[in-house]
Ligand binder design. Structure first.
Ligand code: UD1
Ligand code: UDP
Length: 378
């Protein structure tokens, strides 16, 4: 039987992690088949995830250039995706999140009149400058999507406020929890030797809003924390964007208690989160994973499109002001009850069944299963 072709477009590391469960669910579908299109917006960091989840892209557009600009990246993506989607002629295109690959794939799908499913739909800060350019990317993808797979009720509400038709929104949970549950079953090594007397803080950063002075402030806060706490170690897998790696290596590269490393493969990074006492990060995915692992996460941003973890009390916005970062970390290191309150291990982002819900919606849309068999929302 010929299966219905669903193109799954994947550009960067977090898209690959969050789409891996969707690709697997499509592979297991009786009626639908994935055609994986790697745009290659990321290169090494994307390939790392494909290796871990044993995904072999059907197409690889290889668009990444060192230190790429957003307009040039967008132009390359649109040209390459146009040709590729024209060749595949899929019945639908799935995109995930808010990267430039998502924006370009959504536009190309629209021009080809192919319906779009947006995975992780409805995340908003309401501020086009924060995060930049992601807020614009997800708003436009949301305007073009036929199916909106909202991870939470609050992301569904954001879409309703924008006038999105209620019957096109499905609360699926976030597929990152599916990926995390799957990946955690595999053993992994972390480049850090844990000992009872020491404390470990895991750090990641890469947001464009934090380039320049804010990144300098984050590094200054880390140095102050190391000086104030001789038992504190830092594990910092450094993003490959040169706007991040150069200043971070310059500021922290020589400190004996800072382990700077290349981006960790997903399994090792999870092991790193598990080994850590607390996490300092501006990453979207890490804000979702840390609460599921019971690790307090201090978010290096002024606002977040993931307010659930903050309202649950398991994440805190600390921005990039060094005094504020130092205060928040110091409290967690010294106040046991404050620490335990943030380390409860409860996740507002999903139950590990998001991909199955998404696939059941598509199977129903293509009349392969009755609407009554669509899996219940999270
Ligand atoms: C991108 C996304 C961001 C996402 C992040 C996840 C956009 C505009 N930004 O940001 O939303 O949160 O990925 O990490 O879509 N590089 C490498 N190898 C890699 C990856 C990146 O060398 O595997 C370097 C290259 O010099 C590249 C630069 O990083 O030009 C920037 O990559 P890009 O995808 O444009 O932006 P990110 O900051 O990675
Ligand atoms: N991650 C990883 N290795 C690392 C750092 C992060 O595998 O060295 C994973 C992390 O677990 C999360 C995802 O990458 O699932 C987040 O990616 P990133 O922070 O680059 O992007 P964002 O989520 O902010 O878009």
């Amino acid at each position: 039987m010929n299966k219905i072709k669903i193109a799954v477009v994947i550009g960067t590391r977090p898209e690959a992690i969050k789409m891996a469960p969707v690709v697997k669910a499509l592979e297991n579908s009786e009626h639908l088949a994935p055609i994986v299109v790697a745009t290659g917006q990321h290169r090494e960091m994307l390939d790392q995830v494909f290796d871990i989840f044993s995904i072999e892209p059907d197409f690889d557009l290889n668009v990444m250039r060192p230190n790429q600009t957003l307009p040039a990246l967008t132009a390359r993506l649109i040209t390459s995706l146009d040709e590729c989607i024209g060749q595949i002629q899929p019945a639908a295109i799935l995109v995930q999140g808010d990267t430039t690959s998502v924006l370009a794939a959504s536009m190309v799908a629209f021009y080809h009149r192919i319906p779009i499913g947006h995975v992780e739909a409805g995340l908003r800060t309401g501020d086009m400058d924060n995060p930049f350019p992601e807020e614009m990317n997800r708003v436009l993808a949301g305007r073009l999507a036929r199916w909106h797979f909202a991870p939470t009720v609050s992301s569904r509400n954001n879409l309703l406020i924008e006038g999105v038709a209620p019957d096109s929104i499905y609360v699926s949970g976030n597929t990152v929890i599916d990926a995390l549950f799957d990946a955690r079953r595999h053993p992994a090594k972390v480049p850090y030797q844990r000992s009872d007397k020491r404390r470990l803080m895991l750090v990641t950063t890469h947001r464009r809003e934090n380039f320049g002075a804010p990144l300098g402030d984050i590094c200054a806060a880390i140095i102050r924390l190391l000086e104030a706490n001789p038992y504190l170690d830092i594990l910092f897998p450094v993003h490959r964007n040169p706007n991040v790696s150069a200043p971070v290596r310059e500021a922290l590269g020589n400190h004996p208690r800072v382990t700077l490393c290349e981006p960790l493969d997903y399994l090792s990074f999870i092991a790193g989160m598990e080994a850590a006492d607390l996490i300092l990060s501006d990453s979207g995915g890490v804000q979702e994973e840390a609460p599921a692992l019971g690790k307090p996460v201090l978010v290096l941003r002024e606002e977040t499109e993931r307010p659930e973890a903050v309202s649950f009390g398991v994440a805190e916005l600390v921005g990039t002001n060094p005094d504020r970062i130092v205060r928040a970390v110091q409290k967690l290191l010294s106040d046991d009850s404050a620490y335990r309150a943030m380390a409860r291990g409860s996740s507002p982002y999903g139950d590990g069944k998001a991909a199955a819900r998404i696939i059941s919606v598509l199977e129903s849309a293509f009349q392969k299963i009755p609407e009554s068999e669509v899996l219940a929302p999270l």
